[in-house]
Design a protein. Sequence first.
Length: 356
Amino acid sequence: MEERDLFDVTIIGGGPAGLYAAFYSGLREMKTKIIEFQPFLGGKINVYPEKVIWDVGGLPPTTGEKLIEHLVQQGTAFNPEVVLNEKVTGIDKNEAGIFVLKTASGSLHYSRTVILAIGSGILKPMKLNLEGADRFEASNLHYTVKSIGRFRDKTVLIAGGGNSAIDWANELSEIARKVYLTYRKDTLKGHEASVTKLSENGVVCLPNTEIVRLIPASDEDRIERAVLRDLEDDSTAELQIDDLVVCHGYERDRDIIDNSNVRIEMKDEYCVAGTPSGETSVPGLFAAGDILSHEGKLHLIAGCFQDAANAVNKAKQYIAPDAPGYGMVSSHNELFKERNREFKKRLFAELAAVRE
Ligand SMILES: Cc1cc2nc3c(=O)[nH]c(=O)nc-3n(C[C@H](O)[C@H](O)[C@H](O)COP(=O)(O)OP(=O)(O)OC[C@H]3O[C@@H](n4cnc5c(N)ncnc54)[C@H](O)[C@@H]3O)c2cc1C
């Protein structure tokens, strides 16, 4: 390994936690790398690019797509090295105390510290368990909603009883002709306010039902009707639909945890046990965002930011024990002086143009 290959911090995962960690580690003048499995940054928000997000501090209601744009702009402000399309498969620590990250492509990455920001792991949507259903994925069977506009004036069947299905039912009801929601249980498992909104929005809820067959249109390429079974009396009914959205959750690939030679203590099946400062059972390895569990954890985008800054501060002190506990706020930070000057110049030019 050459010195130039060694990073102060390597962040695994390029979602909100990873991106904010990259920004903050730049602020703390650490040589930073992000490794992301997907060919793009933004993490789970890519699952809901058109959803309007209301609960990120300091931002008016913003679409997922716009928020990703802001996060990436901020996260790359200090030019971290960004490696996309790369799955980290395991973490080792060598005799010199350097972390060695193994990847699916066979390359190795060396780092003094690591921040695990893998969210819920690599997500793969749970597919509809019906033979031949996959052939409709190119037409009107969806596992994510990429563009709300395509559902305008359509009859949409949504399958699933969790928050994601409920949110989409409410969201699509504003533009679709009709929205049906089918779920196997008696009740929905979602936020109370969102469940209440379903009836206000005219969504037809079909509890205790499941899809048992998809009937194609004459061209065989599109679903024309879905056959639903009533689980209480076994009767069936056909529903004519334009689109089917399946929200049955995700399989999570967390091989990285199981295949690592460092022993990462877990809180449960899903989360790493950590402190509110992002420390884990492995010295030098920190965690942030949805993967981290601690007392007071907020599983929201807003929660990612504090986790990320805390993890970076701890990583900084791991490398340089005498370094201050946190970075200088941006208004007093030397690193921003030149950028502030440029910003002010642009603002003044804009104001002058308005006056003219
Ligand atoms: C439908 C839906 C709606 C939501 N709405 C809101 C909302 O309105 N407001 C809100 O605050 N929160 C919302 N959330 C939650 C929010 O998206 C998460 O809290 C947030 O994305 C967590 O960020 P993260 O960076 O911890 O993880 P993620 O966003 O999951 O990012 C983790 C990244 O790590 C990558 N990764 C995983 N494993 C590896 C590996 N081995 N190697 C390389 N890369 C890897 C993944 O590909 C992913 O890009 C919503 C979530 C969903 C599913």
